[in-house]
Write a protein that binds this ligand. Structure first.
Ligand code: SF4
Length: 349
């Protein structure tokens, strides 16, 4: 999946519920059991618009806690597969607190092509490591393809080395790991501070996150999964709504939309400095991007620029370069660089 992460519309991420039974202090989506959840029909209607001719390669389901809706996860995975889409689900493993996995949760895990587990010190306060490892061992024995998403407080957090070592001690090289550090989203805003610097002359810095559309808990489809956009996607980062739009429409806006394409080619700070008014720079990469919503003149200039034939060639070349750089380089850029090679563990290639 990571090897395809830079390819526009190769995948789609779907948040199928914001609800979660855990109360992790760092939760980026600020989830609880009172959080919102859209009707299942919204998601099934949208996945019904995938076809053999037009479908994403990957559909990544998450939450909240996606496995609070095991029947929906299973249904979407089965439907998506009929068109040729592979699916995955990411879980905080709330069900590992009990000794057995319910039949519906196991059926959902069996239905997807890949199962990912979130783990960090905050999750471990809710579900113990030994319980999670027991379930992982059982699923691996059942032949489930698995990976782990691991987060630490900072780059030098000793928790990361400890957990990675423990995973490898228990499971050898069978589990790929994507290791990250916390960002100030959701409840983590209360204790994580992001250091941002203002660049005098920003260089092009493509946003690969703008390659796969993300369906929010309200059904709105955004260019990326920035958690600051939950419930308030700005117009220039909005690709549509799964209530009314089809996959081919979302795919076309993702690939051909001038703003998504410009963000993937140049990144927001470069767009601001090259097409915006002098002195109107915003501090920070994603902050600059979100602030482009009100800059209509800039959006028009970007649109004209991206419609030039040369811009399309450049945009395609930027994508191709990232594809050639592969999954490890992607992980070096968007997760903890020291652990980037771990994404290749368990690889069947
Ligand atoms: S730069 Fe824009 S498109 Fe990219 S992740 Fe940030 S908010 Fe999303």
């Amino acid at each position: 999946m990571l090897a395809n992460r830079a390819v526009p519309a190769a995948g789609i991420s779907i948040g199928i519920t914001r609800k979660c039974p855990l109360s992790c202090a760092h939760c980026s989506t600020n989830s609880s059991m009172d959080s919102e959840e859209s009707p299942a029909e919204l998601y099934t209607r949208f996945v019904d618009t995938f076809s053999v001719k037009s479908h994403p390669k990957f559909m990544a389901m998450s939450g909240g806690e996606a496995l609070l809706r095991p029947q929906l996860v299973r249904k979407l995975a089965v439907k998506a597969r009929e068109s040729g889409t592979k699916s995955s689900v990411l879980s905080g493993m709330f069900f590992a607190r009990k000794t057995s996995i319910s039949r519906s949760v196991k059926a959902a895990i069996d239905a997807v092509d890949h199962f990912s587990v979130s783990m960090d010190e905050f999750h471990e306060r809710e579900v113990s490591r030994s319980n999670v490892f027991k379930v992982i061992g059982r699923l691996l024995d059942d032949g489930i393809s698995m990976s782990m998403h691991i987060a630490g407080r900072s780059n030098d957090d000793p928790y990361l080395d400890d957990l990675v070592h423990d995973v490898q001690k228990h499971f050898g090289d069978r589990i790929p790991m994507l290791v990250n550090t916390l960002s100030p989203f959701g409840r983590a805003k209360a204790f994580v501070i992001r250091v941002v610097s203002k660049l005098d002359k920003p260089r092009a810095n493509p946003c690969t996150m703008a390659a796969w559309p993300v369906v929010g808990f309200d059904g709105v489809v955004a260019v990326c999964g920035n958690d600051d956009l939950i419930g308030c996607v700005p117009s220039h980062l909005r690709l549509g709504d799964i209530r009314t739009d089809t996959w081919p429409e979302i795919q076309a806006r993702c690939i051909g939309g001038t703003m998504p394409s410009a963000l993937r080619t140049y990144g927001p700070e470069y767009l601001q400095s090259s097409f915006g008014k002098a002195g109107s720079a915003c501090v920070g990469y994603c902050n600059s991007c979100i602030s482009l919503e009100t800059k209509i003149a800039l959006q028009n200039l970007v649109s004209t620029h991206m419609r030039k034939p040369g811009s399309k060639v450049l945009s395609d070349s930027v994508t191709q370069m990232q594809v050639e750089m592969g999954a490890v380089q992607f992980a070096k850029r968007y997760s903890h660089p020291r652990f980037a090679e771990l994404v290749l563990l368990g690889s069947r290639q």
